[in-house]
Design a protein around this ligand. Structure first.
Ligand SMILES: Cc1ncc(C[n+]2csc(CCOP(=O)(O)OP(=O)(O)O)c2C)c(N)n1
Ligand SMILES: [Mg+2]
Length: 323
């Protein structure tokens, strides 16, 4: 396990900006849940309410030239990486104006121009591509890092092990960000992980790693900056374990019968990353309301934009199909 060096606290202005971004993601996902339940959105949706500090802390530490890959729980990562809310909402509505031109939906969000190599419906599906991108950066001598998000459940998948193995063997500039929310669908970590401490996954491959409180955006930002520095300076890949909480069901509509009844209420009380940052910044009710009004307005606008978007032509269904 790598020791985190003492880092200077971030300026308050940056933290206020993180607060705004996290609240935007929260309001966006609440709206998505609402519109899905109203029957307006096709497909299957997973929101990441409770995990906003990981999305914002990690993505804000990335340089513009870096690339990342996401998971099935991708809205926050995508917004934090800079995809406009309008383009994301339009994608969820299946419109041509969407970031994947309406072909993808929630689990296939792409924005290659912004260094987002995509969400992935296949658990662990993003990791091999990230190792490939990192290998390309190394071979071309480019000063870039490739970063993969994935969950605790994904650490049981073959592609996870193949990816860490090759990344370490080749010494590529990759960062592996595990969002440990302690659940894989309805299966608790105690039933899907043979080990308690997920950092041991990295130890198995001789990879440097560290663990961070995923509900503390400042800590996530600092740890990611160090992980990126490690990879960028030619010292090989890095494994970053973020301890976080899914404050909602696995999918929108999940009745969560498998979850202890008091767990959600307790976690919402103690582990909400937005409440934590609000407290850290000492924001007044008026200050929060002002930010809330602004981001809620952005979300409302994105819904209008998406509803007025263009439906794809049925004849275009097979365009961009390669295999
Ligand atoms: C290869 C594969 N196996 C199974 C699934 C079904 N599945 C979708 S999400 C999920 C749980 C993933 O858990 P985790 O990686 O911890 O991510 P989280 O949902 O907690 O964010 C599973 C098993 C899948 N999509 N892909
Ligand atoms: Mg999980």
């Amino acid at each position: 396990m790598a020791k985190l060096e003492e880092r200077q606290a971030l300026p308050e202005e940056d933290l206020r900006d993180f607060f705004r971004e996290m609240l935007l993601i929260r309001r966006f996902e609440e709206k998505v849940e609402e519109r899905f339940r109203a029957g307006e959105l096709p497909g299957f949706l997973h929101v990441a309410i409770g995990q906003e500090a990981v999305a914002v802390g990690v993505c804000r530490a990335l340089e513009e030239r870096d690339v990342m890959a996401s998971t099935h729980r991708a809205h926050g990562h995508t917004l934090a990486r800079g995809t406009p809310p309008n383009a994301l909402m339009a994608e969820l509505y299946g419109k041509v104006e969407g970031c994947s031109r309406g072909y993808g939906g929630s689990m296939h969000l792409y924005d290659v121009e912004r260094g987002n190599l995509g969400a992935n419906a296949v658990v662990g599906g993003g990791l091999p591509g990230i190792v490939g991108a990192a290998l390309a950066f190394k071979l071309r001598g480019e000063d870039r890092v490739a970063l993969a998000f994935f969950g605790d459940g994904a650490t049981n998948i073959g592609t996870f092990h193949e990816s860490l193995n090759l990344a370490q063997l080749w010494g590529v500039p990759a960062v592996f960000v595990c969002e440990d929310n302690h659940w894989a669908e309805s299966t608790p970590a105690s039933q899907h992980l043979p080990i308690r401490d997920l950092e041991q996954r990295a130890v198995a491959y001789g990879m440097e790693s560290t663990k961070v409180d995923g509900q503390d955006v400042e800590a996530v930002y600092g740890a990611t900056a160090q992980a990126l520095e490690h990879a960028r300076s030619g010292r090989g890949p890095f494994f970053l374990l973020c301890e976080t909480y899914r404050l909602v069901g696995h999918y929108v509509g999940d009745p969560q019968v498998y979850r202890p009844k008091d767990e959600l209420a307790r976690l919402r009380e103690t582990e909400d990353p937005i409440d934590k940052l609000r407290e850290r910044l000492g924001l007044s009710d008026e200050e929060v309301e002002e930010v809330d009004r602004e981001v809620t307005g952005i979300v409302e606008t994105s819904v209008e934009f998406a509803k007025n978007g263009t439906d794809p032509e049925p004849g275009d269904a097979l365009k961009n199909v390669y295999a």
